[in-house]
Design a protein. Structure first.
Length: 138
């Protein structure tokens, strides 16, 4: 029987992306993301210097650094985002905000409708990284 030829797409397709956050303490960061409903995929090194967390299809890599790479006051003033995580529906972004609020998460920006047609909120992690969660406004 002849072998089947595998059909390749006309061009390579990027199937996912991962944000990388720079953090002072891998364990503290993993605990924070667990509070947000993420599962720990792996922790690497002794002492740990790299880890990955996942929630649904969202992946975040955590990399240990001894000092912040961006001056914290500048990051806050200019709202330099470390990661954007998208949500499929307006009902889900509202539910996620309520879930995080109930968990006592610190918000840099509460849920609001944006002029460009999105609903979003920003969470600040223990290292000051700003994480934007965004979904449709309606």
């Amino acid at each position: 029987m002849p072998k089947r030829m595998q059909t390749l797409p006309s061009k390579p397709v990027i199937s996912s992306t991962e944000a990388q956050l720079f953090v002072a303490d891998i364990e503290v960061s993993c605990n924070f993301f667990a509070k947000l409903g993420f599962e720990i995929v792996f922790v690497y090194g002794k002492p740990p210097f790299y880890a990955q967390v996942k929630r649904d299809r969202g992946l975040i890599d955590l990399r240990h650094v001894d000092h912040p790479l961006i001056e914290p006051a500048l990051r806050d003033r200019e709202i330099y985002l470390s990661a954007t995580l998208t949500i499929d529906t307006h009902a889900e972004i509202e539910a996620l905000f309520a879930e995080f609020e109930a968990a006592g998460v610190t918000f840099a920006e509460r849920l609001r409708l944006q002029p460009w047609g999105a609903a979003s909120f920003i969470v600040k992690d223990p290292d000051g990284n700003l994480l934007l969660f965004a979904g449709p406004a309606a």
